[in-house]
Write a protein that binds this ligand. Structure first.
Ligand SMILES: [Zn+2]
Length: 343
């Protein structure tokens, strides 16, 4: 995603986190969404931990009761402890929600890279759309990809050039390679895979066509594969799930897409050891957005995955490594297979 060498605008402004946290600095208005789905348990756990920590200071409020009778002092102390405990829960809950999303604090949450488990469920005959972001011919077709198309209640550029590493490895090549690796893994399990583009030298397709691809294919789900062009000092991956949008064709995809996002987040992290992006607010690597035509126009559960930040040196080393791209494909395929196995 993001601006490419041709100077095309970012695909979209930054998202907002799943729970109700503030938009990130460069974010344009994002739709407000419901309460957190993922991460609620983390927040509660963090709250509980903080609450118990707060109770260690219970001797201080008791001193505030000097001059009162002994029973009154005890009562004051008990009330003070209860109030501090309640405050601790509130502060802990807020901290836990944000900390989980900013990546650094969540490092221990993810296992190291390794083989990721594929479920044993029979998924033969299921249909999946894989959408490798951008295309190799976009850079030489500025007018064509700049034309406006329906993006689900508003208009947006047909497509963008995409991001690239500082050394010039382009996002379209990365997404095409990872999508084909994931397709091979899924096809080996009997899944029918439809790709939105079958070469890496063409133009588009436009985001409206990408968005409607799952309906065209009567697919169970779709995953759009990208790599981000974020700030060079930031790294990590994130999954983008659809938020309710005014022109979205099917509000019914919001809930299953959120589940798909969490599945994909967990398997991708397990397969690659890539941490959640640390340069945008997310719920442990999951963001909801309503400004992407590729999500708004889908009538099947769909998410984007931004596998890494191509502008970051460490992430650039990963995306240019074929072995890492294979693990990325395994993580994506595993998330898809888990989702299919549960439906
Ligand atoms: Zn992209």
């Amino acid at each position: 995603m993001a601006a490419g060498p041709g100077g095309f605008p970012r695909e979209a402004p930054r998202g907002r986190a799943v729970p109700g946290v503030a938009p990130v600095p460069d974010g344009a208005p994002m739709s407000r969404t419901g309460p957190a789905r993922a991460g609620g348990r983390r927040s509660l756990a963090a709250a509980a931990a903080t609450g118990s920590g707060a109770s260690r200071g219970s001797s201080r409020p008791a001193r505030a009761g000097r001059g009162l009778s002994r029973p009154a002092q005890v009562l004051v102390a008990v009330v003070a402890v209860l109030v501090m405990g309640a405050l601790g829960v509130v502060v802990g809950g807020a901290t836990g929600g944000r900390g989980g999303g900013d990546g650094g604090g969540a490092a221990g949450h993810f296992p190291t890279a390794g083989a990721v488990a594929f479920p044993s469920a029979d998924v033969r005959g299921r249909v999946v759309v894989l959408d490798p972001g951008h295309n190799g011919g976009n850079g030489a077709a500025a007018a064509q990809i700049a034309r406006l198309v329906d993006a689900g209640g508003f208009q947006k550029e047909c497509d963008t050039v995409g991001a690239s590493t500082d050394d010039g490895y382009p996002e379209h090549a990365f997404t095409f390679d990872v999508a084909n690796r994931a397709a091979a893994l899924l096809r080996a399990r009997g899944v029918t895979v439809v790709l939105t583009r079958t070469d890496d030298a063409g133009i588009g397709p436009c985001v409206d066509v990408r968005g409607r691809a799952a309906a065209e294919a009567h697919a169970d789900l779709a995953v759009s594969i990208h790599a981000d062009g974020g700030p060079p000092e930031g790294s990590g991956f994130h999954v983008i799930a659809p938020a309710h949008a005014p022109g979205a064709v099917n509000p019914g995809i919001v809930e299953p897409s959120a589940r798909l996002a969490v599945r994909l987040r967990d398997t991708f992290a397990a397969a690659t050891a890539e941490p959640p992006a640390d340069y945008l607010r997310s719920q442990n690597g999951v963001v909801e957005r309503s400004d992407l035509g590729g999500l708004n126009l889908s009538s099947a559960p769909k998410v984007f995955i931004e596998c890494a930040n191509m502008r970051n040196q460490a992430d650039a080393a990963r995306v240019t490594d074929p072995a890492w791209r294979q693990r990325a494909a395994e993580g994506i395929a595993a998330g898809i297979l888990h989702f299919l196995a549960e439906r």
